[in-house]
Design a protein around this ligand. Sequence first.
Ligand code: 0A1
Ligand code: ZN
Length: 879
Amino acid sequence: MRTETAPVVRLVDYRPSDFLIDRVELDVRLHPSETRIKAILSIRPNPAGRADAPLILDGDELRLLDLAVDGTALPPDAFAATPQNLTLFDPPRAPFRLTIETVVDPSANTKLMGLYRSGGVYCTQCEAEGFRRITYFLDRPDVLSVYTTRIEAEAGEAPVLLGNGNPVAAGAIPGTSRHFAVWEDPHPKPAYLFAIVGGRLDRVAEPYRTADGRDAEIAVYVEPGKSERAAFALDALRRSMRWDERVFGRNYDLDVFNVVAVSDFNMGAMENKGLNIFNDKYVLASPQTATDTDYANIEAIIAHEYFHNWTGNRITCRDWFQLCLKEGLTVFRDQEFSADERSRAVQRIGDVRTLRARQFPEDAGPLSHPVRPTEYREINNFYTATVYEKGAEIIRMLKSHIGAADFARGMNLYFERCDGTAATVEEFLACFAEASGRDLSHFARWYAQAGTPRVVVSGTYDAGGRTYRLDLAQSTAPTPGQPLKEPVVIPVALGLVAEDGGRLDAHSPRVRDDGVFVLDRASDSILFSDVASRPVPSVFRGLSAPVRVALDLSDADLLTLLRHDTDPFNRWQAGQSLATRLLVRLAGVSRPDGAEAEGLAQALLAFLRGNAEADPAFAAQVLSLPSEAEIAQEIAADVDPDAIHRARKAVRAHVGGALRGELMRLRDALASSAPYSPDAASAGRRSLRNMALELIAAGDSGAGAGLVAAQYRDADNMTDRLAALAVNAGLPPSAEREALFQDFYDRYRAEPLVLDKWFAIQAAMPEDGTLERVLRLMNDPAFSITNPNRVRSLVGSFALNNATQFHRADGRGYAFLADMVVALDGTNPQVAARLLTAFGTWRTMSAERRQGAEAALRRVASKPDLSPDVSDIVHRSLG
Ligand code: 0A1
Ligand code: ZN
């Protein structure tokens, strides 16, 4: 076990490694409890390092069996081995070969880092610092090596043996029941991209010829009997590869590309070179077991991991502070892929919803950090929404700031210049500065400054002078360690909309032809001339920067935008702003009157009549009210989740009642008798039908119950059946309601990924008995505390999707989560630490809730032997 107070690692302390490892030859003999690893490392002093330094290799819970330098055993006083380090006090100052033999126990590895077993399959997870749990190594991303890996196992236990790179040899080991495979990866890579897999797996595969003429085979490996559920992932992989060729000019660079699905995995998936390992939730899909959302997630994550082959693998990170270099850029790439494959507007709305739901609160709370942090105690805790999602927003802004053509030139320069290296954010930005001929030093502040900027916008029309002035002012609140903030470079995509929806030919020399104005100081104004009538400003189209916008438009102006804006994102935003304003107001009264939602209801009705059938996916987004968490963010202090829930419920009930006729009509019009297809258009129709069901039930639970029962029974796919079950969860308590849950359980008792949905829906029920329900479900045979997907579905859903019950005024929700974190910390600290981040908004809650949350956090902090992961989060949360 590592110690509780891990030392702080600082960006300013970066030094090149004193040694380099050019080649790694591994021989892994798989065994359930005693896997032996022989590593031969070709080491040389780094000319950029210190000449007289000892060689200190990283380890983590390792046991050394054997050690030799150039084939000769070392005298005991020449080295020291602990579970955490292997030190050679005075290593050769010329190239040498170091042979290390270690032994590990994959079955006992509950942290799921390094080599472990998942459902009998051997697999590895090495990012960020897992390779050191396999052998002693310079486990840092700027040490790049070529790897040859020999894997040996019982042929019966692990008939499939996979490694990075290309397969070069395989066969039985005569006279034994064992066999072996040898894999060679010609591309130098850091240890975090190493992977092996061994097990019984089924395979689906197809040939792939790259645009530049390489013949490769792409394959997906899954649990035996599930190969039909791998077809969609394989299809998504092929489409991702074509897209990267077409849009970024990137070709694949090995003879095989393998994806393996495992059922125990801490994160979503991992981009190991040529051997991606996935949480099976993001691979397996069939119409009967996966929802439209699952299909979309699978497509996006398959693309994300594949795109890492260039942004992450061919060009990797110099150190972990540069994590956004690969993650922000790769998220941007996968978002663009999904936008091209599906609907750009709906994709953007979804991405912004995620940004606001996860990143904005993170950046407003105690865990706020810059996209490129300057220090960390535990790197696992920095795989955050800020690094990923805000990191992607920075790339999006970079593109709009310098323009698409210069952005493309900059990307090409980056791929050319940095290929094969471990790069920094500075090197990345230098490519775009050079390609565009612009100084990006001010833009770079986005990487260093934490917090969500707030931009206040106001407009003044002068009818006599036919001018319109927009005043913009930016500010950013202090964040931990950053009391003072500077202005950042904010691209503002904007336009003016005439009150009657007609065209307005307004001009300002400060707005570019593409409609972007760049706000790069604390405040600025734009003067438009030739403005024929009072306009309605449409600002931050497509949310052109990750900021909060304060623009006090009247309800009438918002209705104009909802009706007439040419930017679909801002049409949607106008509806959300209208609803948010109402919900915040109603959350402030003890008995919210749903009738106050009549204006909103009429606006939505008019919108539906004009748009629903033309673009159902978009219409579903317009109908979907801001979440309780979004309303809480808007209120920002002394939050009472019960009041927010009541307000939202009243508004939904009124809207559902007022729109009932139109919603019923739409449900019929959108019904389909065609067999299920996961394509975006079909999914869009289902999403609007199911949104309609939700609203109808909110308006009239009796009518809702009837529709729910029928849809649940008749559904031929998981999307519709689960949507019915989710609406069922919101109906008043009854025996019928529980019977439906029981039916779902009985149908899917053999399908863990489907039961995860069942756990998640129940854990999110906004009623008093939910905590008891969750405690009961933890004893269900389908639940397992060692499987991260189960834990996230039940405990994670309770903490993150159930504001009224997690933030119970009596503190029992907090106490429960604290108990879970403490219980899990002993087996899987990464999952425990991630659950604990649910406390991130505790300081914004009402006083009694703050008390309960603080007590729970202090109780966690007081436990002896906390992991560095949990210790880091709990202390920052309290700090
Ligand atoms: N690089 C992966 C994310 C990842 C990070 C750490 C892990 O360790 C448990 C696993 C995966 C990605 O961006 O997909
Ligand atoms: Zn990634």
